[in-house]
Design a protein around this ligand. Sequence first.
Ligand code: TMP
Length: 211
Amino acid sequence: MFVTFEGIEGTGKTTQITKLKEYFESMGREVFLTLEPGGSRIGTELRKMLLHVDSKDITSITELFLYLADRAQHIAQVIKPELEAGKVVISDRFADSTVCYQGYGRGLDPKLLHQLNEVAVDGCWPDLTILLDIDVEVGLKRAMTRNMRDGKTQEEGRFEQEHLSFHSRVREGYLTWAALNRDRIKVADASGTPDEVFANIKRLVDTKLAG
Ligand code: TMP
């Protein structure tokens, strides 16, 4: 099973991914956790380029192709082999991030981005995508607090420095995209306590496993 988590900054993806990993393990499944950008060796280099605040001069198209390159490498070298080895793969962000950040956020055509994603994912779409949804200001505040705590502001802060309007477009984009892909993308309210949020995610996963 291939599961991806999506959402704007500060939705608590990391916490929920850890909980889902423990849940699968309690069922005797082996779980492989990964992320985008940066899930492969080459991807680690791309992540630095993409997220560092010094990359402010990057063009939208360059940014797009670097995310797609990261994904193509991630799919071929990491995700497909781990799935073939029988593991549950959970990725912190995947193809929908490109549609929502570079598409709805930056203004590139979401349909074109979906086609480019088709090339990058090479037939390997997630079985289930959990979209964690939260108010933009609440999410950004959480992300800032986390970055200050982890000292990530310079190294990985480029997107957090975008205007509120950018993040609002991304959030609305995610909700629109989820409505267009109802079978795969399930929306989970991320405003509750970690346990409350996970109860909802567990229900979505159980439904998928039963189906
Ligand atoms: P994160 O790992 O802390 O979530 O940071 C990744 C950032 O990269 C986040 O701000 C969203 C952005 N992003 C895109 O703009 N497009 C993409 O395709 C992906 C995977 C991430």
